[in-house]
Design a protein around this ligand. Structure first.
Ligand code: GLU
Length: 466
């Protein structure tokens, strides 16, 4: 198997979108299937206005968090402008490009004409190429690539299949602007070539660009990489996945308490399946089994519900208590509770984890357990039977020396048996007195979370009154 040299080339004009993370993931996986393969990162920051350092940081932190590691140094597009200019002039010298001085007005008119008459060639400048005076200018021109009007080009895309396009459909796009800055179309090819990239995997919104970029490779006699243009992911309503559907910034998932393995599992199943019933799959298994040839050509739906299912599965895993501890460190409120009583917050997590979609949901439950001024709601009234039983049960509780869940549970069972009563008679009111809520985990779990002293104090508030 030939080593794959691949890359992820984000423009730092926004945070790392979950859809882009999927593109990065697929590149990463392919590079891990062969020890000589490489996966590079290039920051495409030539749009000075919109590119921001905070977005670069966000993108790299998001990738790191997901475990998508890259090789060698990061290539930064803006640092390579000289090289892009050098290539633009080389193309000009080789007569594969030409100088153009068409005014914006003239180009606009031509564009409108092309729009009206779909049969026309897309070449918007027809005068400059053969105008010797223009070609001899030393400034105030743009450089356009030359593309023949006749013939067609074929690209074999791993996902989209064979695609043919007529040359007259392609515009002679600008490779160097009037201010001497290179365009994306040129920079991307030069940078990929210099990195040795032989496989480009990116969103299918770039499919049209592949045909344009093909000419740059061809004119320079450079190796044309293989392509896989992957379909974008959509929300459940079928539209492009965006904030309207929920979180899309990878680091927001982290902030909300999603585990990276759940995100990876969910992302890789979009348009691909490991081929067995069990959809739970970790990154090592994915690397073993993933085959890009089986990736669906149609767009996939990102389901937050399914992500919750995976996340719940992974956060219940005993090994992942460390992930909860890490999460406490990045969540201000949990961190406060963690520092007050680490053991207590860990027990709360163990008790509630089966019901959590994400770690932040634990915040819905912690408060009553850490409330040092806890008062039960005195408007609530309980049966006479309970009032008698609670006194007896309270004495039993006081005697428990080894305060743990199993022991407490045993004492409750013995008490119910001895009194020949059903659990709800004492269970429901007890839960209320301890947490101000009739619903929640088992009483023994609640006693265990609170510890003996707090449990006794809370029940005492009631007993003293009956
Ligand atoms: N910088 C482009 C983007 O963020 C990707 C270019 C490419 O992958 O060729 O959409």
């Amino acid at each position: 198997m030939t080593p794959i040299i691949t890359r992820f080339a984000p423009s730092p004009t926004g945070n790392l979108h979950i859809g882009s993370a999927r593109t990065a993931l697929i590149n990463f996986i392919l590079s891990k299937q062969n020890t000589s393969s490489k996966f590079y990162i290039r920051i495409e920051d030539t749009d000075k206005e919109r590119s921001k350092k905070e977005f670069i940081d966000n993108i790299l932190e998001g990738l790191n968090w997901l475990g998508i590691n890259w090789d060698k140094e990061i290539q930064v597009q803006s640092q390579r402008i000289k090289r892009h200019q050098e290539i633009a002039y080389k193309l000009l010298e080789n007569k594969c490009a030409y100088k153009c001085i068409c005014s914006e007005d003239k180009l606009k008119q031509k564009r409108e004409l092309i729009k009206k008459n779909k049969q026309l060639s897309k070449k918007i400048c027809t005068d400059c190429k053969d105008n010797i005076k223009v070609q001899e200018l030393s400034k105030d021109f743009v450089i356009r690539i030359k593309i023949p009007d006749e013939g067609e080009i074929n690209i074999e895309d791993k996902i989209q299949g064979k695609i043919k396009i007529m040359n007259k459909e392609l515009d002679e796009f600008i490779i160097l602007r009037r201010d001497n800055t290179p365009t994306y179309m040129l920079s991307v090819v030069v940078d990929d070539n210099d990195l040795g990239v032989n496989y480009i995997i990116r969103g299918d919104d770039h499919l049209n660009n592949a045909f344009r970029q093909y000419y740059i490779y061809k004119y320079l006699n450079w190796f044309v990489p293989k392509y896989a243009h992957i379909p974008l992911i959509h929300g459940e309503d079928g539209s492009k996945l965006s904030k309207r559907h929920g979180a899309v910034n990878v680091l927001d998932f982290k902030k909300n308490g999603y585990l990276s393995e759940a995100i990876i599992n969910n992302l890789i199943l979009l348009g691909w399946s490991p081929g067995n019933e069990n959809e739970l799959i970790n990154i090592d298994e994915i690397i073993k089994k993933f085959n890009i040839n089986n990736l669906s050509k149609s767009s996939s739906i990102f389901s937050y519900k399914k992500l919750n299912f995976f996340n719940n599965h992974y956060l219940r895993n005993e090994k992942n208590i460390s992930k909860f501890i890490q999460y406490c460190k990045i969540n201000q409120k949990l961190n406060k509770f963690f520092n007050i009583n680490e053991e207590k917050i860990k027990i709360i997590f163990q008790v509630y984890k089966k019901d959590l979609n994400n770690l932040s949901e634990i915040l819905n439950f912690v408060d009553p357990y850490f409330n040092v001024n806890f008062k039960y709601d005195q408007n609530e009234k309980f049966s006479e039977e309970f009032n008698i039983l609670i006194n007896e049960f309270f004495k039993i509780l006081l005697k428990i020396e080894n305060w743990n869940r199993d022991n407490i549970q045993q004492n409750i069972s013995n008490f119910l048996k001895a009194k020949n009563i059903k659990f709800p008679i004492i269970g429901k009111p007890l839960r209320f007195l301890l947490t101000n809520n009739y619903n929640g985990p088992s009483i023994s779990d609640i006693f265990n979370i609170l510890g003996k002293k707090d449990s006794i104090d809370r029940l005492n508030q009631y007993i003293e009154k009956v």
